[in-house]
Ligand binder design. Structure first.
Ligand code: H2B
Length: 95
């Protein structure tokens, strides 16, 4: 079982990364993005997919044309963990 993030650690992340929202029902962080078109959105998703494989940590996400919503939570922790924070920061570096 992976260790869950403390509330203080979560608040630090959310304070420093204002584009991410907290989903309390899922104990997850969520990022909504809008691109110029589907190709831009999907190429971003391809890059995230490579990151996810590298980190062995995978997003739950949706894509509708030029919009992508990414939800990060750790299934092995039943909530947020450091793995989500690490992947979120790596995703931000792609943007
Ligand atoms: N992704 C997410 N989001 N949560 C996990 O707990 C998780 C994962 N576990 N990707 C990984 C894969 C695990 O199943 C493998 C065996 O390491």
């Amino acid at each position: 079982m992976v260790k869950k993030l403390s509330e203080a650690e979560r608040l630090v992340f959310l304070g420093e990364h204002g584009d991410w929202e907290y989903d309390s029902e899922r104990d997850a962080i969520v990022l909504g993005l809008e691109f110029d078109d589907f190709v831009e959105a999907f190429s971003f998703m391809s890059a995230v997919a490579m990151l996810a494989e590298k980190h062995d940590h995978h997003p739950e996400w949706t894509n509708v044309y030029n919009r992508v919503e990414i939800l990060l939570t750790t299934h092995d922790a039943n909530g947020l963990s450091e793995r989500d924070i690490t992947l979120a920061k790596a995703i931000e570096r792609l943007l």
